[in-house]
Write a protein of this length. Structure first.
Length: 1250
């Protein structure tokens, strides 16, 4: 009823006022504010040319507002097509005080002056002076955001004042009766209890508010997710609880929530999220509040895999999150992976930097044992944790190094292992610092360098970047007075050896000719440092001061003795005196007499006095003192010689074998002749009055006990006769005699028969003289030709010259040739050529009966080219002998036979196993387009993958039918500085395959691992036999049937590096530097450890599918500098981290920290399919049995010193000296020719010390 009446009234009003202009809004009554009485009814009209409605001020809907009023809003259309909305307020309440907005119906969510019109209503009440809900007691604004305390009066005549802690607030405050009080940009200190005091005509009302200012958030803490398991290895079927927690400063409001891959699962019992739990730290004296929320998953399945995100949101709206990647596993699955967080493997910092840290992400099952090792290989333990500390949990391992110093530099290694796997990862720290310098064994008083001898002075230098080192010398001809300035020494006089990236040892080799001072100076980007060392030269054997005695060890009356007293002129005065201290302690100054002669002399470096005592008697018993005076201290110093004169007597025999012996030939004999005498007698032995001379190489007859015992190990007929032992001194002599005869000596008539036989023999020899002369001439010609080819000892060898300290490659020609390996030429039928090098050629051939009688076997035959250099036939002959004495192995190309009948004409055929598919480098190139990559995107090996890899480099052919790719057969690639940087040296045979008509199955990652494992096994065998390869590369590894690989061309690379044919003469005679270790490039040190380095390059070649190593580096100097600086090739495309980590271990700077081939074969074998490792090991058992059954009588290789780095690096060339006053050592022409290839100025700029 009231509604229809009101609409009628409105229609009348509108009729009176007229139409509303377009786009205008109009409120009736048209006033900005209006005061109503509490409990009254009232109608507000809103009109416009579009549909309109009313919008009210919103109070907090969560407040429990108690009021009796009601509000009704309705819309309608007027007769003039204008739109109208009515707001009916019934029983108005003081809480209805506020703004009322007239807005277009489509703009209900936007309130601004352009699209709305408003009226403010005061609802006056007798007792309620403030329009504030009773439950509004807490305000929580953000720091520095204006906050409104809504103390609005219910009528305009009410006065309102704001108080805080009973004090009126006047600063940073605005007041608007329609809004309330505004605190401007409040901070945390503005939090507290506020009260609004309202007054009107002696009526008062007070309302209290608690204002809590939320602190401004700069960074939201990242929540931490903890799983219920021992690791992130979640096994299918187990229950999983994920607890997400975060700690915040007190006063920061926050909420936690989980986001799961499949929200629908939260509606089931399978997956549940618990309630948020909060812990107020203030109650326990902690300035943090902690919240947590739990996610439970029952009976985990593979469908649950994915990202589980825990997100924290603070009062300001800022968020942070953490993620748990759920991956499920079957119960039998094991793994171990290490990853450097952030991918930063090398950190460079200045000395004094506060700390550095690495966090290694550990993903493993079962849980691994984690051990960190420092650059010296020591385990980092719990001691000294203030300097270096390790923190391990189930998913990370953190290494922290504090207060960085230069000695902290180096490679730190984390070794992780569990029951199934071993994994290593290394990180490098380099601390930048100015150099430090220390000269080892720096000369002090009393230390001298003997004149004319070569001495080594070592300077230990540290710093990063690695300092450059210079040596200088200051001459001190009148020491301690020296020249004014130092003169720099020639760079050829010293060399550096780098032990770590920040340390080197510079060794100066110099001949002592002049006293002076050495200066070792080191400079880098952060400064320089130097140290001096005094170099005092002496021509005395005793250094500064000493005695030399020239006389018999036992002085007898009548002897002569010369005592030399020498002293350095740098420390002692020239005047030298002698005193004889008798046995009665009477000191007698010595002067020239009939028995005494004293002479003095002075040299450039010393003073000398010679005391000569002639025809000594007992009266000279006692001490002879040499007295000198020090230059500066004036102290008297002495050296003494004690003389005890013995009485002389002629020799006396006190035990002898005066007897006659009659024995059988072959019986041992021993004669004794023990004598006394003074001076000690000289003993000589005679047989039938002929003096006996003893050869140390003839062990049949020898002397013992200072020549007093003669031993004949087995007597022969020529040993019979009269033996005399003659002992004599200058006083007299004595003789003992013995007779030796034989029971089985032939009778006289037997001699006549023997003489007749000899006569006939002489006649026969005379007949053969001419034939022998002719044959001798032929043999001399043969020996000459063999000598020219270096094969003089080819057949019998020269084992008496065998030196165990030299490598096999340097003395293989001394080994004997075992004729059991000789194979008839007429049973060998040569076929097509398989490969060739600069002097070698390999043929495919058929050998009849080489393995089984009357059975033809396909073999490979190695030969040298006609008219080749003699050293080439010698190299092939050495390779033959090495293979004979090496023994056999599955993964080494084994010897089958040889033809040496025309070796004097430089025709030598070495018959070896035939490997049908050629070298694996060429094979990989041809099979690139059909490779099956079995490494999953997350780095695991999945041998069930059978699909050919798709990549931009290799063609993909349907149905896995491989179209061989033609390898690039371009000429040898030479760097711009003239070094071989891509291809192989030309002495190699370059063995290629013969399988064009075969259907080849696609290569896969497991094949590459099989090859790598076999190469490691083959190299392990070579190392056990003390053989260096010297040029290990994929071009020298052959592929045979049944996926078996064999190493070839081993054992003589080092010799070729040093031969005349390997000087820098042409592009075909250069070093394969990309496969060589740092120490081989720098110092020409080749060892088993340098073979390990090359093996790492081989792995890189294999798992890149024969990409050239260091593909973007063509200059030798650039390559060497990068390697010394720590650069290593990136992970090849088809290797996972396990394989790449093996490569990095092979390329360690310190050769002795590289793994052995035994370690490498074990690690690679662990990556193979089950049973594959044992399969190859079982195949090798046949070869091991052959070695046992057919081994030579003497195993010469076992006598060699193992070619380790420590053994090989002890042999080094002397450096030349070039100081003007110091004798210079000359170098051979050969040394000078080879050095430019192995050394460069850029190399020396990069050297370092441990």
């Amino acid at each position: 009823m009231i509604r229809s009446v009101l609409l009628h009234v409105v229609a009348v009003v509108v009729t009176v006022t007229g139409t509303v202009s377009a786009l205008d809004l109009q409120i009736v009554p048209d006033v900005p504010e209006l005061t109503l009485t509490s409990g009254a009814d009232f109608i507000l009209q809103c009109m416009g040319d579009v549909p309109v409605t009313w919008k009210l001020e919103k109070y907090d809907p969560n407040l429990n507002v108690k009021k009796m009023s009601s509000i009704d809003i309705s819309q309608g259309l007027l007769a003039n097509s204008s739109h109208i909305s009515l707001l009916t307020l019934s029983r108005a309440s003081y809480l209805d005080t506020g703004y009322y907005y007239c807005v277009p119906l489509s703009e209900t969510l936007k309130l601004d002056e352009q699209n709305s019109k408003s009226i403010y209503l005061f609802i006056q009440h007798d007792t309620y002076l403030l329009a504030v809900p009773e439950d509004l007691v807490m305000l929580s604004p953000n720091e520095y955001a204006n906050v409104i305390i809504p103390c609005r009066p219910t009528s305009p005549d009410v006065n309102v004042t704001l108080f805080k802690d009973d004090e009126e607030v006047t600063e940073n405050l605005d007041y608007d009766e329609k809004v309330g009080f505004s605190l401007i940009s409040p901070s945390i200190i503005d939090s507290g209890d506020y009260s609004c005091e309202a007054n009107r005509n002696n009526i008062n009302e007070s309302r209290k508010f608690t204002v809590f200012i939320n602190p401004k958030i700069h960074q939201v803490e990242k929540p931490y997710i903890n799983s219920s398991g021992q690791s992130d290895h979640i096994i299918i079927g187990q229950n999983l609880s994920l607890n997400c927690s975060v700690s915040m400063d007190i006063g920061i409001g926050f909420t936690l929530r989980w986001k799961v891959p499949d929200e629908q699962k939260l509606k089931t019992e399978h997956m549940k999220i618990g309630k948020q739990n909060f812990f107020n730290g203030l109650k326990h004296g902690i300035g943090k509040s902690v919240g947590s929320i739990l996610l439970n998953i029952q009976n985990v399945s593979s469908d649950d895999e994915g990202e589980y995100i825990c997100e924290v949101t603070v009062h300001s709206g800022h968020t942070n999150r953490n993620t748990f990647n759920l991956k499920t596993f079957t119960p039998d699955m094991t793994y171990l992976n290490l990853t450097v967080q952030g991918g930063i493997y090398k950190i460079i910092r200045r000395a004094g930097y506060q700390y550095v840290q690495w966090i290694i992400l550990v993903s493993a099952y079962p849980a691994p044992t984690l051990v960190w090792r420092d650059p010296d290989g020591r385990e980092i333990g719990k001691e000294n944790i203030d300097k270096v500390s390790v923190e391990n949990d189930k998913s990370t391992s953190k290494l922290v190094i504090r207060d960085l110093q230069l000695y902290d530099s180096g490679v730190y290694e984390l070794v992780a292992h569990n029951d199934a796997h071993v994994q290593r990862i290394t990180v490098t720290l380099l601390v930048e610092n100015e150099p430090f310098v220390e000269i080892a064994n720096k000369s002090t008083v009393g230390e001298f360098y003997e004149l004319g001898k070569v001495h080594s002075v070592q300077c230990y230098v540290g710093g990063y970047p690695l300092p450059g080192v210079e040596w200088s010398f200051k001459q001190c001809s009148n020491y301690p007075n020296c020249d004014d300035s130092f003169i720099k020494l020639s760079r050829n006089m010293y060399k550096e050896v780098v032990f770590k990236e920040t340390f080197l040892v510079s060794t100066l080799n110099i001949t002592a000719t002049e006293t002076g001072i050495f200066l070792c100076n080191a400079t880098n980007d952060f400064g320089n440092s130097s140290e001096e060392s005094t170099f005092l030269v002496t021509d005395l054997s005793k250094g500064t001061f000493g005695l030399d005695i020239n006389g018999p060890p036992l002085v007898v009356d009548g002897d002569n003795v010369i005592v030399e007293c020498g002293a350095s002129k740098y420390y002692y005065q020239q005047d030298i005196k002698w005193i004889h201290r008798t046995l009665n302690n009477i000191e007698i100054p010595m002067q020239n007499t009939e028995n005494i002669n004293i002479t003095n002399s002075t040299s450039k470096f010393s003073h000398r006095s010679y005391l000569t005592i002639k025809n000594i008697t007992k009266k000279f018993d006692g001490e002879f003192l040499c007295l000198l005076i020090e230059l500066n201290k004036k102290n008297v110093v002495t050296k003494s010689y004690k003389l005890s004169v013995k009485d002389s007597f002629r020799p006396v025999i006190y035990e002898s074998s005066n007897s006659s012996l009659e024995i059988k030939t072959g019986t041992p004999v021993q004669w004794k002749c023990y004598v006394r005498g003074m001076p000690p007698p000289t003993i000589s032995w005679f047989l039938n009055d002929q003096k006996l001379f003893f050869n140390k190489s003839d062990s049949r007859m020898l002397l013992k006990d200072k020549n007093q015992t003669l031993i004949i190990r087995y007597a022969a007929l020529q040993d019979g006769g009269l033996y005399k032992c003659n002992a004599s001194n200058r006083i007299g002599s004595v003789i003992a005699t013995n007779t030796l005869s034989f029971l089985d000596k032939p009778k006289d008539h037997e001699h006549f028969g023997f003489i007749a036989f000899c006569s006939v023999l002489i006649v026969l020899l005379g007949v053969l003289m001419i034939g022998c002369a002719t044959r001798l001439k032929r043999e001399r010609k043969l020996r000459k030709e063999l000598a020219l080819a270096g094969l003089l000892y080819f057949e019998n060898g020269a084992v008496e010259s065998w030196n165990p300290d030299l490598g096999i490659e340097e003395q293989a020609e001394l080994l004997p040739y075992d004729k059991r390996w000789e194979f008839p030429r007429d049973k060998l039928k040569l076929g097509k050529q398989l490969g060739s090098g600069a002097f070698g050629v390999v043929f495919k051939a058929d050998a009849i009966g080489i393995i089984d009688r009357d059975t033809t076997t396909t073999v490979a035959v190695k030969m040298v080219k006609p008219n080749t250099d003699p050293s080439h036939i010698k190299a092939l002959a050495s390779e033959l002998k090495i293979m004979i004495h090496l023994g056999r192995h599955l993964n080494v190309v084994n010897l089958l036979g040889a033809y040496t009948g025309n070796i004097n004409k430089r025709e030598l055929m070495v018959i070896v196993e035939y490997c049908r598919f050629g070298n694996i480098h060429q094979y990989l190139l041809k099979q690139r387009n059909c490779f099956v990559d079995q490494v999953t995107p997350d780095g695991y090996l999945d041998y069930n993958i059978k699909t050919i890899s798709k990549n931009p480099y290799y063609e993909n052919v349907p149905n896995n039918n491989c179209v061989p790719e033609k390898p690039d057969d371009s000429s040898t690639q030479i760097g711009s500085d003239g070094y071989l940087v891509a291809d192989e040296p030309e002495w190699r045979s370059n063995y290629r395959g013969d399988y064009n008509n075969l259907i080849i199955k696609p290569l896969c990652t497991h094949d590459l691992l099989c090859w790598s494992f076999q190469v490691a096994r083959g190299m392990e065998y070579l190392a056990s036999r003390k053989i260096l390869h010297g040029d290990l590369a994929t071009r020298n590894i052959l592929l045979a049937e049944d996926n078996i690989v064999k190493i070839c061309d081993f054992g003589f690379a080092k010799t070729m590096y040093n031969s005349e044919n390997y000087k820098k003469q042409s592009a075909n005679d250069l070093l394969p530097v990309k496969w060589m270790a740092i120490e081989s490039l720098r110092d020409r040190v080749f060892s088993t450890q340098s073979d390990v380095w090359a093996f790492g390059i081989v792995l890189w070649e294999i798992f890149s599918l024969a990409v050239t190593p260091y593909p973007n580096i063509q200059k030798f100097n650039e390559l060497f500098e990068k390697l010394v600086g720590g650069y290593r090739m990136e992970q090849p495309k088809y290797a996972n981290f396990d394989i790449y980590n093996i490569m990095l271990d092979c390329w360690k700077m310190n050769p002795m920290t590289r793994p052995s081939f035994t370690d490498l074969s074990e690690r690679l074998g662990d990556l193979l399919k089950d049973g594959t490792k044992s399969h190859y090991m079982n195949l090798n058992e046949v070869y091991m049995r052959m070695n046992t059954e057919g081994s030579p009588s003497t195993d010469y290789l076992s006598l060699l010193t193992a070619p380790t780095y420590l053994n090989c690096s002890t042999v080094s060339e002397n450096n030349s000296n070039s100081y003007p006053n110091i004798s210079e050592h000359s170098e051979t022409k050969e040394d000078l020719e080879l050095k430019p290839m192995l050394y460069s100025s850029a190399m020396y700029d990069s050297l370092r010390k441990p």
